[in-house]
Design a protein around this ligand. Structure first.
Ligand code: BT5
Length: 250
């Protein structure tokens, strides 16, 4: 077993600079590392987002990847990004003593007042029997720095929200809020976290555009259902569920 005790049943290894913490965690997972290990780096030289996008990862921000071996059905595993984003939002709220109240944008963003604070990137390995052998949850939080005009939407950092913290402090807070969330997910899936998630949902009842493989779809964001799917009300009045894509709030 690798790492030192982080608390709440998690372990930690730390590096100064890596390509991507997800790559390190993935290698360890493939070599049999038990779940519960966070790999953290001060900076990443090729941090990534979803769909091959890059993630700006300067020193002062949190870049960490958690190895999990989820025991729920593989179709549900993607909902861990919703649950981890919820845990992160709770951790930030607690660290700020209630002054910062993050919202959640389906499926993987944590926002403050419409600006992106953090993102989650899930990567999984198959077990050859239709299941998931390992999952790596990459978590990037803008603690000290946000990219500003370098990206095509609004971003923010904890520092910009008036919260001074080290990446390690944010990770410790996240570990504390993540443990009960993971246990609840393990017992009841996303359905058990849904009410808490919706209480922080950004854009409920508002017009959104969902960008996805078959082209953009516009509608009113009505719900995220018990399976974690996004429910949009289309112009026809029809309610349609989506399991992947990117929500852009109008
Ligand atoms: C995400 O992707 O939001 C997932 C980000 C996951 C990063 C963590 S850091 C630890 C671990 N190791 C990794 O290599 N990755 C994970 P996505 O929803 O695709 O958003 C990516 C987009 O966000 C980019 O295309 C940029 O426009 C924008 N972006 C890049 N850096 C950003 C930052 N620091 N803050 C806010 N937005 C950023």
């Amino acid at each position: 077993m690798t790492g030192t005790e982080l608390g709440h049943g998690f372990r930690l290894v730390e590096h100064a600079s890596v390509g991507s913490t997800n790559d390190l965690a993935r290698d360890l997972a493939e070599r049999g590392e038990p779940e519960g290990l966070f790999v953290r780096a001060d900076r990443q030289t090729s941090g990534r987002g979803r769909l091959g996008r890059s993630w700006e990862s300067p020193p002062g921000n949190l870049h960490a990847s958690l190895i999990l071996r989820p025991a729920r059905p593989p179709a549900e595993v993607a909902t861990l990004s919703l649950v981890i984003a919820l845990a992160l939002a709770q951790a930030v709220e607690r660290l700020s003593e209630g002054r910062v109240r993050p919202q959640l944008k389906w499926p993987n963003d944590v926002q403050v007042a419409g600006a992106k604070l953090a993102g989650i990137l899930l990567e999984m390995g198959a077990d050859g029997r239709g299941g998931c052998a390992w999952l790596v949850a990459g978590i990037g939080v803008n603690v000290a720095w946000a990219p500003g005009d370098a990206v095509p939407y609004r971003t923010t950092s904890l520092a910009a929200q008036g919260l001074q913290a080290t990446p390690r402090q944010v990770l410790e807070g996240l570990a504390a809020s993540m443990r009960p969330q993971l246990e609840r997910w393990q017992a009841g899936g996303f359905a058990a976290a849904r009410v808490d998630w919706l209480a922080r949902a950004a854009g409920l009842g508002r017009p959104v555009e969902l960008r996805q493989g078959e082209g953009p779809v516009s509608g009113i964001l009505r719900d995220v259902d018990r399976s974690g799917a996004l429910c949009l009300e289309l112009a026809s009045g029809e309610l349609t569920r989506f399991s992947a894509g990117e929500v852009v709030l109008a």
